[in-house]
Ligand binder design. Structure first.
Ligand SMILES: Cc1cc2nc3c(=O)[nH]c(=O)nc-3n(C[C@H](O)[C@H](O)[C@H](O)COP(=O)(O)O)c2cc1C
Length: 435
């Protein structure tokens, strides 16, 4: 789905209100849209009060883990004895997720404004916006907007006329999924190999360049604007009744739906309605088979679970999965789940940084087993081996990349075991060429 497009009446356009409006990209255009008012408000407030409002709003991180944003900001030291840093995570490499790049493409000043508010709240003069290297267009748009923001006095030594310094720099990643993991991202900014770091120390104590650091996702930072403009209560009231999951969320929907694209809905919106109504349902003659609601790293839902799932943090957990980054991958009845799961496992094996044995060996071994099942050379005991391997890959490593590889495998074997068995028993023809 390209832009501009007609929004669906059930969408709640707040973050994506100006998607498709090229006029909103410039500084003047953004100001005409009411831009930089939230930053003005924030700069007139004590940093602790900004943190309090964000805490009150219930906003939780949109990068995957759903950690409360205000609480994360409150972990930063109150006194600024050393430089503090903000890192904006714009790496967006999770398969199925394509929302942050659209925020940067259409409303770059919204991200600059969100970063500047966070910088004020955590007393960080410098923000690094870490953007996936392949995002050439969003990088060019963000750089042009940053140059404008400096020219207009939003950023620099006298930011917004407050005599305070707010600087922002774009750091281009090189396209490694692992660099989206917050501690790998910090290593990458420092010019090191993007390997995750052992915690503690946590970033708020010792982050980039050894200094107190906060890392937030693009969508999280942009979501701070309506909180400041409209108030914490207004933001909280946007959710469909669950006080633990507030505001709106962008869902990137891809796969076997008629109208893939980004959809902004309130927290608690039914996943079945998103897929079957907003996205136009399945292609002709096809029925819904499965769905991964939170980017490729979360457990797969079957049809019934998809139709019962409410899109918020708790609603997804209730169905045995996670909201993650909001990348919704939809499969119709033509999908070969064994093949799809193998392709996901290949991704994780390729992207493992190889520091931890369970991840380096486990992801690669998982791929070899899945490939031999697809070639018709598997045995029934391979399914137990896959489950055992997945257990060894969960909760035992520095970061959760290998957990992410295991999640679709464990849920896939549980829910689509007959498809695995069909390859093993010969009831299904082996895949001729494993691409
Ligand atoms: C392997 C891996 C990849 C990740 N990739 C991203 C990413 O591309 N973008 C992102 O915002 N968070 C990503 N995360 C989550 C970050 O580590 C971190 O939790 C997030 O940026 C925090 O921001 P938030 O609190 O605003 O959600 C990834 C985590 C892991 C383990």
């Amino acid at each position: 789905m390209g832009y501009p497009h007609e929004p669906h009446p059930k969408e709640t356009l707040i973050l994506s209100k100006h998607f498709g409006d090229a006029g909103a990209r410039s500084y003047d255009g953004w100001v005409k849209c009411g831009g930089y008012q939230a930053l003005k408000r924030a700069l007139a407030m004590d940093p602790a009060d900004v943190i309090e409002i964000v805490k009150e709003s219930g906003l939780r991180g949109r990068g995957g883990a759903g950690f409360p944003t205000g609480l994360k900001w409150s972990f930063m030291p109150k006194e600024r004895r050393k430089p503090h840093y903000l890192c904006c995570n714009a790496d967006e490499s999770e398969p199925g997720t394509f929302k942050d790049r659209e925020i940067m493409r259409w409303t770059p000043h919204a991200l600059i404004e969100g970063c500047a508010i966070a910088q004020h709240a955590i007393q960080a003069e410098v923000c690094y916006i870490y953007i996936r290297g392949e995002f050439t267009e969003p990088i060019a748009i963000m750089q042009a907007a940053l140059d404008e923001a400096y020219r207009e006095g939003v950023l620099g030594g006298n930011a917004m006329g407050t005599n305070r310094r707010i600087d922002m720099y774009i750091h281009r990643g090189a396209g490694a999924y692992i660099c989206g993991e917050e501690t790998a991202l910090m290593n990458s900014i420092e010019g090191r190999r993007g390997n995750p770091r052992i915690r503690p120390p946590f970033p708020a104590q010792q982050g980039v360049f050894g200094m107190p650091t906060t890392i937030n996702n693009v969508e999280t930072l942009v979501s701070v604007l309506p909180v400041l403009n409209e108030g914490a209560e207004w933001y909280k009231d946007l959710s469909l009744g669950n006080p633990k999951s507030t505001g709106t969320k962008l869902f990137s929907v891809c796969g076997h739906v008629r109208k893939p694209g980004n959809y902004e809905v309130t927290m608690g919106f039914p996943l079945g309605e998103l897929v079957n109504d907003l996205c136009g349902g399945m292609r002709d003659g096809r029925t819904l088979k499965a769905c991964i609601p939170g980017g490729s790293s979360v457990p797969i839902l079957n049809r019934e679970e998809t139709e019962a799932c409410l899109l918020d943090y708790e609603g997804c957990v209730e169905q045995g999965t996670m909201l993650g980054s909001g990348g919704v991958i939809v499969f119709d009845d033509s999908a070969d789940m064994v093949y799809q799961i193998m392709r996901l496992a290949r991704f994780y094996a390729h992207e493992s940084c190889a520091q931890c044995t369970q991840c380096r060996e486990g992801t690669a071994w998982t791929v070899r087993i899945l490939e031999r099942i697809l070639r018709g050379e598997g045995e029934m005991k391979d399914l137990d081996l896959l489950l055992d391997l997945s257990e060894q890959m969960t909760g035992k490593t520095i970061c959760v990349l290998s957990d992410s590889c295991a999640a679709p495998i464990v849920s896939g074997i549980k829910k689509f075991r007959d498809e695995f068995e069909a390859y093993i028993t010969g009831a299904k023809q082996p895949v001729a060429a494993l691409t």
